[in-house]
Ligand binder design. Structure first.
Ligand SMILES: *Cc1c(COP(=O)(O)O)cnc(C)c1O
Length: 222
């Protein structure tokens, strides 16, 4: 895999307002170093232990995004440095992030993960669950988190019409929340959708953050 070439090719094709999160999970430090040399500064990882190990040895100006399922007891490992946690799907997790952020004297930016795919998946909130979370009386107590938007993953399918529908649904929900719960806030600006196989569709439908791994780094070896 020519990481530099793939990365530069991808970046050249992106509109200015779209941020690329280079998803480096399961790839070795050397691969991240090559992407860093080519100018990439935003990386996404999905396991706390792996992320922490990489963060220790890579440059301090990298912005790390957490994009995978996160157990509450792992939050303290990443709280000192994480730039954004994209995969928040419960009040319990938000409370733990707030607590650990406070301990580190930081505010941690988060996205709420919404379940948009038809596939069976345990992760993400339904729209209803998301509204219930935003209505929760304890939410205003969480002073050390900043809810910056939504994240979602479309169904893994060749049916581009279905993927498009799912992204449109997420964008519509994002707009609904922005005009209701976040009317008086400047924080709610990010819509994270699009991966290697569907990011062009996601951008068309209003994504501001794409999370691309395989296209840059090649296949992952699990
Ligand atoms: C692994 C992962 C990606 C990247 O997937 P690719 O198909 O390799 O681009 C994006 N988002 C999430 C949530 C992931 O877990």
């Amino acid at each position: 895999m020519n990481i530099t070439r793939q990365l530069l090719r991808l970046k050249a094709s992106l509109p200015d307002k779209v941020t690329l999160v280079a998803v480096s999970k399961f790839h070795p430090v050397e691969a991240l170093q090559e992407a860093y040399q080519a100018g990439q500064r935003v990386f996404g990882e999905s396991r706390a232990q792996e992320l922490t190990a990489k963060q220790k040895v890579l440059p301090g100006d990298i912005q790390w995004h957490f994009i995978g399922p996160l157990q509450s007891n792992k939050v303290k490992e990443i709280a000192p440095f994480i730039a954004m946690i994209q995969s928040v799907d419960s009040l319990k997790l938000l409370q733990e992030i707030d607590k650990q952020a406070a301990k580190n004297g930081r505010t941690i930016r988060v996205l709420l993960e919404i379940r948009i795919a038809q596939e069976e998946t345990k992760h993400g909130l339904s729209c209803e669950e998301c509204r219930a979370l935003l209505d929760h009386p304890l939410l205003p107590d969480l002073k050390n988190i900043q809810i910056c938007g939504l994240m979602g993953m479309a169904t893994y399918t060749e049916d581009t019409a279905q993927i498009t529908r799912e992204f449109q649904g997420l964008k519509a929900f994002f707009d609904e929340l922005k005009n209701s719960y976040f009317k008086n806030s400047d924080d709610f600006t990010e819509l994270s959708m699009g991966m290697s196989y569907d990011y062009p569709l996601a951008i068309q439908e209003g994504s501001t953050l794409i999370r691309v791994g395989t296209f840059i780094f090649g296949e992952r070896e699990y």
